[in-house]
Structure formats: C-alpha cells, structure tokens
Write a protein that binds this ligand. Structure first.
Ligand code: FAD
Ligand code: DHB
Length: 385
C-alpha cells in the first residue's frame, strides 16, 4: 500500500486531518485500533470553541452541528452560593457551541465514508518508522500490511505508538485530583454551563441535548467508579451546585467514568517525517474544555503545511509546524492550569489558599478586563498565534 499521508488514529485529530487533506486533493490512509462503533460512542469533551466551529463549517462538515449544536453566549462561575456570569459574546463577539465530541467524530467518519477514502478500523500491531517513513500493521482480517508514505501523522492519542518514536523533551505536571464524569437522562438545570467552586470540591454542570446533562465532580485521584453510587453522585452534586433559586434536575445515570488530570507537552512535535497532533503531543486538564479544540487546531496547521509542500514543494511550513502549534498549545496549557487552580480544592489547601481563589474569582467576575481575558481564552484564540 502507498499513500501521501499515513494517519494513525481516528479521533478528532486524525479524522479532521484526513478530511482537510481530502479537500486539498491530498491522499491519506487512516488506521484505527478500535471499531467504528466504539469510537462513535466514546463520550468525552463537549465544548467547541468559536474557531473550531468556523473551521468545521468551512470544511463542509457542520450541517448537523448547525442543526443540533447548542450555541452558548455565556458561562457561570458559581461561588458564595450565587452565579457570576461571564458574558462571553458581549465581551468577545464570539460564541461556544455545546456538541459532543463523539458527534463530531460521527460526522467526520460519515464524510470519509461518503468520499470513499480509506479508513481502516480494528487494525493491530501498528509500527511506525519516522525516517523511511513506513508503517506496518495487521488489518481487521488478520493480514500483515506495509504502508509506504511521504509523511506520517501521529494522531493516536495519549497512549499511542507515535509519541514514543519522537526524540523529545516531555514536560509533565500531575494534579492531585480527578474528575468523575456523568451522563444523565435529565434536562439541563440551567441554560448555560456552571463552573462551581465549593469547599467540598469543584463541580461542573454541562449538557448534551435538551434532555441530557453532563456533570462532573472533582474527586480524589485514587477513587474508583464503584465508590460512587448514583445516589451519592446526586447528593454530592446537590451540595456543590446549590445556589439560591436553583434546583438540580436528576434522572437515570447513563454512564459514569473517572479521568485523572495532567498536563503534558511534547517538544518538538516532530521526528523526521512523523508529525504528532492532538493528545499524542499534548494533554491539558479538562477545566476549560481545550483538549479536542487543540487537536483540531494542530491538524489545521498541519494540513496547511502539507498542502504547501505537495502543491508548491515548500518545506518552510512543515519545518515551522512544531513551533507554530506549541505557541497555541502553551497558551492553552496555561489557561487550563489557571482555571483548574482557581476552581479546585487542593488536598493541602489552607484558608490562605482559599481566600486567594475567591479573590481571583471575584476579580474575573467583576473586572471587565479580567473577564474579557477569561472569555477570549474560553471562546478560543485564533487557530494560529
Ligand atoms: P483521541 O480522541 O484520543 O484519538 C486517538 C485515536 O487513536 C483513538 O481513536 C485511539 O483508539 C486511536 N489509537 C490509539 N493507539 C492507536 C494505535 N496504536 N494505532 C491506531 N490507532 C490508535 N477534553 C475536554 O475538553 N473536555 C472533556 O470533558 C474531556 N474528557 C475526556 C475524557 C477522557 C476519558 C479522555 C481520555 C479525554 C478527555 N478529553 C476531554 C480530552 C479530549 O477528549 C481529547 O483532547 C481529544 O479526544 C483529542 O483528540 P485526538 O484525536 O488527539 O485523540
Ligand atoms: C465539558 C467538559 C469540560 O471539560 C468543560 O470544561 C466544559 C464542558 C463537557 O463535557 O460538556
């Protein structure tokens, strides 16, 4: 087998890259470890930044997003038992859209299938040689395959095989908490997202549809899902999200899972002909909803660079790829770390630390310049900084 760009991983990064390359007339082959049903069902992120939505529209894959996505014009920071709204659209002129990551994945898979372009699910034993470049793998039927290519895109997430092939400095930071995420058959209790600061720990109220809510609780990193009965989850959410005049709608819990929180940045995001994108190159803690949006921004930069190479023989954009992405990645790392630090209860936090958090929360909700800074990061900075 031969192609121009071999793409490892069919998450948002790999699928969006494949689509952008196809629009630019560049051939690619996508290889995915899991089955189609599995990747289409994986519940993860849910907030699309303004530039992500614009890009999906420009790429012609936003019809369902425009019908079913929920545009939001503000978020609430809830502390001292009351809501303090950050008016995203008034402050920046931009919106965010609530639309599940797996819906983006479904739309991109549908586009790939409609284009009749190669997308191999259930491959195994993927090996990556960045210098030649060459990929070997076993296909779903058990046949050994060799995939020759001009470039490899490592879009295989944080546990993939591509990142370990890059000779890089890996910057890491662990956070002393995790998130218990819940998907519930209950209507949203509020029209916007609520980021709640509470002495018992952080809580987040989000949503997927007018019938389904997505809720998160800060928990200790050693907690297991089995420690959290449905009744305990609703009870804890009730405490942390309590506010005057607010009633939390409850209902059957459809799914629950625990995600640990860490920051990781791989520098550079390239080795020879192998380019890393998305979670394969960097991880952010989820507070601020940047993970999937960063993945989409990376592959836009990569698609532009590969386009310039294949159309005009230019290598400059490919050579600048890692630096270009890392400017935006580090900005998002800072924002995610900052939101996380402001909103969570650290195990060793004393009264002084809590007073500082509250002072910061009051500042970002009462000073227009401070609120604008939060808002411009939250709605998404330009794809290229
Ligand atoms: P992924 O979506 O991880 O896609 C990588 C793909 O590569 C996967 O389909 C995987 O199966 C495949 N793969 C792996 N290894 C191989 C291999 N060897 N060969 C072939 N294919 C391979 N972000 C938020 O903003 N908010 C959230 O609430 C949130 N929740 C999350 C919950 C969890 C459990 C996780 C893991 C992440 C969460 N994130 C969240 C982060 C966000 O989902 C990611 O940033 C986003 O998925 C990155 O997209 P990606 O395409 O880079 O990687
Ligand atoms: C969601 C996830 C986030 O990490 C966040 O900051 C906001 C919303 C969500 O899954 O809806």
């Amino acid at each position: 087998m031969r192609t121009q760009v071999a793409i490892v991983g069919a998450g948002p990064a790999g699928l969006m890259l494949a689509h952008l390359l196809w629009l630019g007339g560049i051939d690619s082959v996508v290889l995915e470890l899991r089955g189609r049903e599995h990747v289409e069902r994986r519940v993860r992120a849910g907030v699309l930044e303004h530039p992500t939505v614009e890009l999906l529209r420009e790429a012609g894959v936003a019809d369902r997003l425009d019908r079913e996505g929920m545009p939001h014009h503000g978020i609430s920071l809830r502390f001292d038992g009351a809501d303090h709204r950050v008016a995203l659209t008034e402050l920046t002129g931009k919106t965010i859209t609530v639309y599940g990551q797996q819906e983006v994945v479904k739309d991109l898979i549908a586009a790939r299938v409609a284009a009749g372009e190669p997308l191999h699910f259930e491959v195994s034993g993927v090996t990556v040689d960045p210098a030649t470049p060459l990929i070997t793998f076993t296909d779903a039927e058990g046949a050994e395959q060799r995939l020759e290519c001009d470039f490899i895109a490592g879009c295989d997430g944080s546990h993939g095989v591509c990142a370990p092939r890059v000779d890089a400095t890996v910057h890491k930071h662990e956070y002393p908490f995790a998130w218990l995420g819940v998907l519930a058959m209950a209507p949203p209790s509020h029209s916007e997202l609520i980021y709640a600061y509470h002495e018992r720990g952080f809580a987040l109220h989000s949503m997927r549809t007018p019938e389904i809510t997505r809720l998160y609780l800060q928990v200790a990193p050693d907690q297991r899902v089995e420690d959290w009965s449905d009744a305990r989850i609703w009870d804890e959410l009730g405490h942390r999200l309590s506010a005057d005049g607010f009633t939390l709608a409850t209902g059957p819990i459809l799914e629950k899972g625990i995600t640990t929180m860490r920051s990781v940045v791989t520098e550079p995001m390239r080795q020879d002909k192998l380019f890393l994108a998305g979670d394969a190159a960097h991880i952010v803690p989820p507070t601020g909803a940047k993970g999937m949006n960063l993945a989409i921004a990376d592959v836009w930069v990569l698609a532009e660079a590969l386009g310039a190479y294949f159309r005009e023989g230019r290598r400059d954009l490919l050579d600048a790829y890692s630096d270009t992405c890392l400017r935006r990645v580090w900005r998002a790392e800072h924002f995610s770390w900052w939101m996380t630090s402001m909103l969570h209860q650290a195990p060793d936090a004393d009264a002084f630390a809590r007073k500082l958090q509250l002072a910061q929360l009051r500042y970002v909700t009462t000073s227009e310049p401070a609120a604008t800074s939060l808002a411009e990061n939250y709605v998404g900075l330009p794809l290229q900084l």
